[in-house]
Design a protein around this ligand. Sequence first.
Ligand SMILES: O=c1ccn([C@H]2C[C@H](O)[C@@H](CO)O2)c(=O)[nH]1
Ligand SMILES: [Zn+2]
Length: 134
Amino acid sequence: MISASSNMKKKSYCPYSKFRVGAALLCEDGTIITGCNVENASYGLSICAERTALTKAVSEGHRRFKAIAVASDLKTSFIVPCGACRQFLIEFGADWDVYMTKPDGTFDVKKTGELLPNGFVPESLEEERVSHMA
Ligand SMILES: O=c1ccn([C@H]2C[C@H](O)[C@@H](CO)O2)c(=O)[nH]1
Ligand SMILES: [Zn+2]
């Protein structure tokens, strides 16, 4: 998975930031789905590698994940998912693994729920609410 995420950096479309990111998602059935960041001339529309991998996976029918590995070219820091990706990751559970890697193959690993403590999750929408006028 770590080498798959590192390989995906080659596919990164990042003409603006020049910051290559690759991700490899391990589905519960053993399938590995990869993704890279895809930037846009309208900068804010850029999508991260993690969300690319997740949307690819979900659109292929996968919803249960064991882990995701993320790779960048940063030499001294492990790449960490941005806030938007943390929210996307926790949508599919708070208890699966995020491997944040360096180009030398070393990694830090944290649970999705550790990366987004007190997150707003699907169950949050099921809690009792006060009534309101339409
Ligand atoms: O975990 C991360 C962090 C950043 N990026 C992308 C977004 C943008 O294209 C570039 C610089 O922020 O890196 C990712 O894909 N994943
Ligand atoms: Zn992100």
